[in-house]
Design a protein around this ligand. Sequence first.
Ligand code: SME
Length: 160
Amino acid sequence: MFDFKTSSEAPKPQIYTDLLDAIKAVTHGESDSIANMANVAALLWQFLPDLNWAGFYRMVDGELVLGPFAGKPACIRIALDKGVCGAAARTGEAQLVDDVHAFPGHIACDGDTQSELVVPVIQNGSVTHVIDLDSPSKARFDKDDLHGIAAIASYLADYI
Ligand code: SME
């Protein structure tokens, strides 16, 4: 059993240090990609306040397909020329969007979403997954979130 203590009052860098430690603990010695993504989605949901969706899309045959997540049911397939997730997968660059309604082509899977952070996972030089975080608050994500999720994406490249 895993029982991680969290505090949404802690400074963000501390939250991300604790979150990465928890991710290392649940993935250590485990090679099953789905199990690892499922546990990481649960940890993102547990550690990060003010989210309405947290999870993964996987690159499958040139499009993004829904992976393990926490939150409401979501769009299953996303073309690479669509949405915030498509932009991250297509460019290999993280997308930090303060106001999704101002992002051309944003896909409204959950009408509550106001801001979004999408970070690609890169394996052998190619984007294989994206980590997607949605918030019901505008401008919920900043560079601390970007750096924290980028570190998680980098670590996970060997585990998913
Ligand atoms: N809003 C995303 C789609 C995925 S959901 O938010 C889970 C986008 O525009 O790519």
